[in-house]
Design a protein around this ligand. Structure first.
Ligand code: ZN
Length: 388
């Protein structure tokens, strides 16, 4: 049997350039109407028991070239268990994956995929539970629904949303963990969170990019996390619908869930550069961050993005826009494509399971800062009224 590589499925992405025996040259395809690319996901058939060499030759010009050194590809036999391929190396712009597939049908991806089918399973399962409200916020350019789940009946409004960047699939694994914890009626933290907060949860903000196998954009090639100051129905309906829903129920606390290609750590990015920054708002972000660091050995505060000076925030991003618009304690959570270098796992690297545990830790940390958030809600209420 000769080698066959295919990607014509949900979130598939690869192009075969040439094939010589058991060596295949490949390229990652750019997002539709965009220059971004880094996400790959394909099936390798017919190579069971033979050593194969897969060369992805256009990695040097991908969106984040720093993502490749120290990176190991993800591989699965059953599409459930995704392990790292130790024989992954990067040199001269080419990512080489050398390994011997155990079977004639194996799957490779940049990170364990989170398919739209799994998304629908998750949303439907949670929506069917008592105390959960489901609604559609709007439709994407490809005609998919933007799903939103509402859980809890407290006064503190929390928004959790993920996968603005569709190739960052760990973000939806995080969502699965957050939802499983929040609906666990035996979990005391979740019981208090549901009593004191109302959660609006958008597990996937970019279904079109997810299904198309994009790294960073929607069906129109728009980077959704650069649209929050001025979303449009033509270019970024996903942001328009979610932001409109937030205008109706302004977040006090919000988390935007992402993955980072280069940095081998979990970290948060805040809103330090917004024009209207207050000390209290800033303190609460730090309090959450420090609490999460104490709660989870997979989270740290040493590594992260550079903090912009006051007044120089990029207001097109959701975290800064929500902090400015609503006085929200908002943040971007970044999880690694590689691993947490402080607590590495040789077999799995950073993984779906670890993303889910981190979501649980985030909810534990949120619970721990509820008294301070409650105090802040009174102050913040005035700011929202003034803005309106
Ligand atoms: Zn991202």
């Amino acid at each position: 049997m000769s080698i066959t590589i295919s990607s014509a499925f949900d979130a598939g992405n690869i192009r075969v350039i040439s094939q010589s025996g058991d060596t295949v040259e490949l390229e990652i395809v750019t997002d539709h109407l965009s220059d971004f690319y880094q996400w790959f996901h394909f099936r390798l058939a017919g190579a069971g028991g033979r050593e194969v060499t897969l060369k992805i030759t256009n990695c040097g010009k991908s969106a984040y070239p720093d993502g490749w050194p120290g990176y190991q590809a993800c591989m699965s036999l059953d599409r459930e268990d995704w392990v790292r391929v130790p024989g992954t190396s990067f040199a001269d712009g080419t990512l080489t994956i050398r390994f011997t597939p155990e079977t004639d049908c194996v799957w490779l991806a940049y990170f364990a995929p989170y398919s739209m089918e799994r998304h629908h399973d998750l949303v439907s399962t949670v929506a069917a539970l008592p105390g959960v409200d489901y609604r559609i916020l709007g439709q994407t350019l490809d005609g998919q629904d933007i799903d939103c789940l509402t859980i809890g009946e407290g006064e503190l409004t929390v928004w959790l949303y993920a996968r603005q960047h569709p190739g960052e699939s760990m973000a939806e694994w995080w969502m699965e963990g957050a939802l499983e914890k929040l609906v666990d009626s035996d979990d005391p933290v979740s019981r208090v969170l549901r009593r004191d907060c109302t959660f609006h949860i958008v597990p996937n903000m970019n279904p079109d990019g997810s299904r198309r196998g994009h790294l960073r954009t929607n069906a129109a090639g728009t980077n959704l996390n650069r649209e929050w100051h001025n979303p449009s129905a033509e270019k970024s309906p996903e942001v328009l619908y979610v932001r409109n829903a937030m205008d109706e129920e302004p977040p006090l606390f919000a988390m935007d869930i992402h993955g980072d290609e280069a940095i081998p750590a979990n970290f948060l990015a805040g809103f330090e550069g917004i024009p209207s920054l207050t000390e209290r708002q800033s303190e609460l972000f730090k309090l959450f961050s420090n609490t999460l660091e104490r709660v989870s050995p997979d989270f740290q505060t040493r590594q992260g993005y550079e903090i912009p000076p006051k007044g120089q925030a990029n207001m097109s991003m959701s975290t800064t826009q929500l902090a400015e618009r609503f006085g929200a304690v908002s943040m971007t959570l970044e999880m690694p494509f590689k691993d947490n270098g402080d607590l590495p796992d040789e077999i799995y690297g950073w993984s779906p399971e670890r993303s889910k545990y981190l979501a649980g830790a985030c909810l534990d940390a949120l619970h721990a800062i509820l008294p301070e958030l409650r105090d802040y809600a009174a102050v913040r209420g005035k700011k929202v009224e003034v803005a309106a």
